[in-house]
Design a protein around this ligand. Structure first.
Ligand SMILES: CSCCC(=O)C(=O)O
Ligand SMILES: [Fe+2]
Length: 187
């Protein structure tokens, strides 16, 4: 079972709604990969002994790990945090999130600056590349338990859009043309 992703409508309704277009315009994993967004589906029940997760962490150097239980009762300044998560931003590093329970939405910008909504559920691990414009919201279930991974000491600093001159943004924009350039040049 793969994650679902789609282009969002532009309606000004609750951010926790799916915001699918009518008819729905799905986005494939290949399209996400072109944007540098990576995805795995793992077994969330046994994450402590999961060899697949171990392999990914080793291969990518994710030695840091913590848990984020996003529900109003156990997060200080819950509303403010959610507001910040939903403000379009980038990071200087990858954003790696593994959904263990519940569900939520990551929105990422595509090359034409359209929003793609990615619905993550238990077992979905996604990696957003450094420099990609994105935001995050809970869905109507209003609960998600996420594992956060990182290389070394974690840096969660968010740089709100616009960040055209940020080195991570410049690097990301360059990587987009290179990623598309390879298969085209091979033709
Ligand atoms: C709650 S995890 C995702 C939110 C986000 O984009 C971030 O933490 O930078
Ligand atoms: Fe982020």
């Amino acid at each position: 079972m793969a994650i679902e992703a789609w282009f969002t409508d532009e309606r000004n309704e609750d951010q926790r709604f799916p915001h699918q277009r009518k008819p729905n315009e799905p986005v494939s994993l290949d399209h996400l990969a072109e944007l540098g967004v990576l995805y795995w589906h793992l077994n969330p029940k046994d994450y402590e002994n999961d060899e697949e997760l171990k392999k990914i962490r080793e291969a990518r150097g994710y030695n840091y790990m913590d848990m984020l239980d996003l529900r109003p009762e156990n997060v200080a300044n819950f509303e403010e945090k959610l507001r910040n998560f939903y403000t379009e931003h980038i990071h200087a590093d990858e954003e790696i999130r593994y959904c263990l329970e519940g569900s939520a939405y990551f929105d990422v910008r595509d090359k034409e600056d359209r929003w793609i909504r990615i619905w993550i559920k238990a077992g979905d691990l996604i990696i957003l590349p450094a420099g990609i414009y994105h935001r995050f919201t809970l869905d109507t279930s209003y609960y998600v338990r996420l594992m956060r991974l990182f290389v070394g000491e974690p840096v969660w600093t968010a740089y709100n859009r616009p960040q055209d001159d940020h080195p991570a943004r410049e690097e990301y924009v360059k990587s987009l043309t290179e990623r598309v350039g390879v298969p085209l040049a091979a033709n």
